[in-house]
Design a protein around this ligand. Sequence first.
Ligand SMILES: Cc1ncc(COP(=O)(O)O)c(C=O)c1O
Length: 359
Amino acid sequence: MKSQIMKLKPYQPGKSPEQIKKEFNVDKVIKLASNENPYGCSPKVEAVVQNLIKHSASYPDGNAEALRQAVSQHLNVKWNQLLFGSGLDEVIQIISRTMLCIGDNIVTAALTFPQYKHHAVIEGSEVREVPLVDGCYDLNAMAQAIDPNTKLIWICNPNNPTGTYTNEEALLEFLQKVPKETLVIVDEAYYEYVNASDYPQTLKLLNEYENLLVLRTFSKAYGLAAFRIGYAVGNESLVERFNIARLPFNTSSFAQAAAIAALGDEAFLDSCIEENRQGLQQYEEFLQKIDFEFYPSQANFIFIKTTKPMECFEILIQKGFIVRPFPNGIRITIGTKEQNEEVLSILSNHLLEKIGEDK
Ligand SMILES: Cc1ncc(COP(=O)(O)O)c(C=O)c1O
């Protein structure tokens, strides 16, 4: 066995809603810990998925041709610039598996999405984690961490878990410093939620920077997390290499059809984005009012800074709300208006007295 496997732990799913109901004696459990879409997915998805059940005995289209065409049209990129995976989780695995050897290194941030590191460790590569500054990627320090063995640079934009973003100017300045042989991957899992005017439009940079790769997913704003479908967009010859490392039938026919249907329902997407924007505003206004620190978010979650994250977690879980604790705060997925109101009222009733004392 690879010795580095001994350094890692399997992904720990949280307690199930049933366990939480029993343990805390609550009737309902609302999961606000994985940045899922509280409005589900487009109603158009259901019909296409139902219709596919009669083809369950057949393997899916390994090249996801219909989805490939839909996404390439949607993004205005070539069909062979796309790599599909069973969620971005698998895309991250495929990239790491293709690119990394023992002795290589990756450069990324801490805190950020943990799968970049996880797969680098499995491949026996060194992980260079550059601390965030005020919840944001420090691209100057990251540029200094690059050496000839740096194969991958992971930039999560907006960043999970802080929700902050890297702007166009900072990204362009950084790209100019990165050697051509080093791949820069910008993970835009929360792209659809962003409304900052200086957020980089990375697809337009792909022609100029052949070492740039952009990741997007259907799990978040499109509400298809259960189907597991995400993709990378990049240089054709690079994408061809990644296709060698992926499994022949890595995305299901259900996921492919669901993604096509979801892409075709812009009205649903727009309404989710608007609800999220209002929810974020609801949180930000409230937190400002009670003088609690948070990072300004461009995503569908908010990171509240506290020195007592586990206490916050416990207070909320006792009322049936699951959030995600981190060493210096909690991350809460923006829910429906009613869910947000309930969380905020729990925070104002309990958090202020219990957690606020150390402020
Ligand atoms: C930044 C980021 N990248 C990738 C993923 C994985 O997404 P998927 O559901 O497409 O595997 C997530 C999921 O939370 C994420 O936050």
